[in-house]
Design a protein. Structure first.
Length: 285
């Protein structure tokens, strides 16, 4: 099987879709250790010594689910490492990057010959606008184009027309600005209503990780939340390796109306601070 790294760290967390795609392609996902600045260069070197890596999947800006954004210094370190290794290609996922306007330049800027950038308009505009964007080094362009064509991956005419038009006339820029303000407002609300609990969040993101008190296990908390009509995801859904997930849940903040979001956050806070042994099945917050 081919080797490809996933992003690791506390619980080796990465985007579950990337992990699923790797599994479908017969690629072994290798967890990489992270700190508060993102993936550690030493972790990549260690993994590559064990068996050469073919590709590295990273979310340097607004990581999902942990939220961190990699600073420029770490991006430069990674770029230098990629040049030394002269092997693995980095796939830089920038789907959520538009939410952090002041983020450093893309990793591809520091290592243009080693990084493939993938992006989409679905988060900027609407999930129904399935228009993906890809930028690759010259030496990989033909190979990637061939793979896309053979897999029948291509834009629908309507999505392509609307995407180009709205990118050109400023509509996408206006939507990005509005969503950045909205995301920060929702994160501020979450910070206030989850006070007293430990969260890992980027003020610019539409999601956060809630670390659960020791009296709760993540799977039990997810079920208890479901009973009161709140859908959340356990950290295990984002784990690169089985058995390595932290005792935490991911909260998605974008979809609910503000009043519903506030009520849900209050209910989750109360639930997290309650005793699971005495919480009735019909508890409603």
């Amino acid at each position: 099987m081919k080797r490809c790294s996933g992003v690791g760290g506390n619980g080796a967390q990465t985007h579950p879709v990337a992990r699923a795609i790797a599994a479908q392609l017969g690629i072994v996902a290798v967890p990489l250790a992270m700190d508060a600045d993102g993936v550690l260069p030493d972790a990549i070197e260690k993994a590559n010594r064990t068996a050469p890596l073919r590709a590295i999947y990273l979310q340097p800006t607004v990581h999902n689910p942990l939220g961190m954004t990699m600073p420029s210094a770490r991006r430069r370190e990674l770029a230098a490492l990629l040049e030394r290794l002269d092997g693995p290609v980095v796939v830089e996922d920038r789907v959520y990057a538009f939410l952090e306007e002041a983020a450093p330049q893309p990793l591809a800027t520091f290592a243009p010959s080693r990084v493939v950038v993938v992006d989409s308009l679905s988060k900027r505009i609407s999930p129904g606008l399935t228009l993906g964007l890809l930028s690759a080094p010259d030496n990989l362009t033909k190979k990637i184009a061939k793979a896309l064509i053979s897999g029948a991956w291509g834009p629908q005419g309507f999505c392509l027309d609307i995407g180009i038009r709205w990118l050109s006339d400023g509509t996408v820029a206006a939507l990005e600005s509005a969503k950045r303000a909205d995301a920060r407002m929702r994160q501020s609300l979450a910070s206030d209503l989850l006070a007293g609990l430990t969260t890992r969040a980027n003020p610019a993101a539409y999601h956060l990780m809630l670390d659960l008190p020791g009296i709760w296990r993540a799977d039990a908390f997810v079920l208890a939340a479901e009973r009161i009509g709140i859908a959340i995801t356990p950290a295990s859904a984002f784990a690169v390796a089985s058995g390595s997930a932290p005792n935490a849940v991911r909260l998605a903040l974008a979809a609910p109306a503000i009043a519903d979001l506030a009520a849900s956050l209050k209910a989750l806070s109360t639930l997290a601070l309650s005793d699971p042994e005495t919480t009735p099945s019909n508890w409603i917050g």
